[in-house]
Design a binder for this molecule. Structure first.
Ligand SMILES: COc1ccc(OC)c(-c2cc(C(C)=O)n3cccnc23)c1
Length: 121
């Protein structure tokens, strides 16, 4: 029923909020905190057709737009891939995106997920 659906969504949202906070900690310079603008990245909107950043992911959690962890993970990967594609390999942004993607996919992997859900004994 709808109420059950709402409850299930809210427990998914709690999990996604927790995961998002963990991922944001790995972006100390906040390069991924906000949408990239054409002012700071010339031609960005012409090159990157599907922009993504942590603030947009947080908004999507609040608007109940994620039905599964998979959809959340896809947005995280999209955000990193955008930076890997737009920025040349020798830039801080390309390097930060590669590192963030590596660390992030480890965090979001099933066995790590179970570890973060289980209370530490
Ligand atoms: C130097 O300080 C900031 C502050 C915020 C940024 O994006 C939200 C960025 C930034 C973030 C990015 C990305 C993620 O591609 N970027 C690309 C080119 C130039 N600047 C950026 C840099």
């Amino acid at each position: 029923c709808v109420l059950k659906m709402k409850q299930q969504k809210s427990s998914l949202n709690k999990l996604l909020e927790h995961l998002l906070r963990g991922l944001e900690k790995r972006d100390p310079h906040q390069f991924f905190a906000w949408p990239v603008t054409d002012d700071i990245a010339p031609g960005y909107s012409k090159i990157i057709s599907r922009p993504m950043d942590f603030s947009t992911m947080r908004q999507k959690i609040d608007d109940n737009e994620y039905s599964t962890l998979q959809e959340f993970t896809e947005d995280f990967r999209l955000m990193c891939d955008n930076a890997i594609r737009y920025n040349h390999v020798d830039t801080v942004y390309h390097k930060a995106a590669k590192r963030l993607l590596q660390v992030g996919m480890k965090h979001l992997s099933p066995d790590n997920l179970m570890r973060s859900l289980k209370p530490t004994s």
